[in-house]
Write a protein that binds this ligand. Structure first.
Ligand code: HEC
Length: 149
């Protein structure tokens, strides 16, 4: 009995660390692969294609995030929130699980904005993407609500 709790704690710590890593790494990888795919039509050869993810990543780091303008809800969902809300990891309500969302929708949009902005239990503030503006997060919640209604 007494040993059960510490090992549970370690299990949760491991899950949380994994989730945070996914939340950080997933947006980076999907962004770089998308840009690689975008420009792959222009007759680039294999070597170009292979270095592109790295080259683009360096560019993405160099360019200030604000220069791209606000991102829309679908983009943010797919790069940030989907890491948890597509799979239901850490108890996140899945995007296609209407039953899981119904009681949350009933709390009203403002309450959901508040959870998304400030975090709730295993849900990190702004889904862990602290660089996103409040307006971007709200647009993403709107996008999600459109999907679960
Ligand atoms: C690290 C995993 C993770 C990421 C990334 C994540 N969420 Fe969540 N989210 C959760 C979990 C877990 C819950 C359930 C929290 C609870 O009710 O205990 C949740 C709940 C929510 C809720 C319902 C809150 C409520 O009051 O019931 C909203 C809205 C939400 N997330 C929006 C987002 C948005 C928008 C993003 C992207 C910007 C995002 N989430 C990214 C894990 C995540």
């Amino acid at each position: 009995m007494a040993e059960k709790n510490p090992s549970k704690g370690i299990m949760w710590a491991t899950i949380i660390v994994a989730v945070v890593l996914i939340a950080i790494i997933y947006p980076l990888t999907s962004r770089t692969y998308k840009s690689a795919a975008d420009s792959s039509g222009a007759g680039s050869d294999q070597a170009d294609l292979r270095i592109q993810p790295v080259a683009k990543f360096e560019l993405a780091k160099a360019a200030p995030a604000a220069a791209a303008g606000p991102k829309d809800g679908a983009t943010i969902y797919n790069t940030v929130c989907g890491a948890c809300h597509n799979t239901g990891v850490a108890g996140a309500p899945k995007i296609d699980d209407k039953a899981a969302w119904a009681p949350r929708l009933a709390t009203g949009k403002e309450a959901l904005y508040k959870s998304a902005l400030g975090g709730k239990n295993a849900m990190p503030a702004k889904g862990g993407a602290a660089d996103l503006s409040d307006a971007e997060i709200k647009a993403t919640v709107d996008y999600m609500m459109g999907k679960v209604k």
